[in-house]
Design a protein around this ligand. Structure first.
Ligand SMILES: [Zn+2]
Length: 165
């Protein structure tokens, strides 16, 4: 219990220290809207509101509200997180398709394969169109790259099934 109390005191002390640093930085012109650094200089003595970020070199004026810039950065961050999540899902879908070897994988797997399918030989690409006539445009949406990807998938699937015999 004493140990736990000690840790809590350490944490409280650290929080108080960070709050003091934040207050000091805010009093000295706040943080950089580009990189978030509190370190800045004022090389132009005639304008006391002028700052240059010591970390990234971004210029700013401490009397300007940069919240829209920060909001845009947060939006980009949210987009990057969504992209990373989508990529994780595609990797999972692809691994699952390789494991189960369905005749036609999910559209996300076809999209994933589509950039590689571009350089496939035409016999492989034509195979995708053939499969589309059998399985329909819901399984293989009518986009050239997706059709090629379906052909490429079919070749990969056949080779893997052969290898498994
Ligand atoms: Zn900066």
């Amino acid at each position: 219990m004493a140990l736990r109390q000690g840790r809590k005191d350490d944490k409280d002390a650290r929080i108080a220290e960070l709050e003091a640093q934040l207050a000091e930085a805010q009093a000295d012109g706040g943080f950089c809207p580009e990189c978030g650094s509190y370190e800045s200089t004022n090389p132009r003595h005639t304008d006391t509101n002028y700052r240059v970020c010591s970390n990234c070199g971004q210029e700013r004026w401490i009397d300007i509200d940069y919240s829209s810039v920060i909001a845009a950065h947060l939006g980009e961050l949210a987009q990057a997180q969504a992209d990373a999540e989508q990529l994780r899902n595609v990797r999972y879908d692809f691994a699952s398709a390789i494991e189960k070897l369905p005749e036609i994988p999910s559209v996300s797997v076809l999209e994933f394969l589509s950039s590689a399918a571009y350089s496939a030989p035409s016999i492989v690409k034509d195979k995708g169109k053939e499969l589309q006539r059998i399985h329909g445009i819901k399984m293989i949406p009518p986009t050239a790259e997706i059709e090629w990807a379906a052909g490429l998938w079919s070749v990969i699937r056949d080779a893997m099934r052969e290898g498994d015999e």
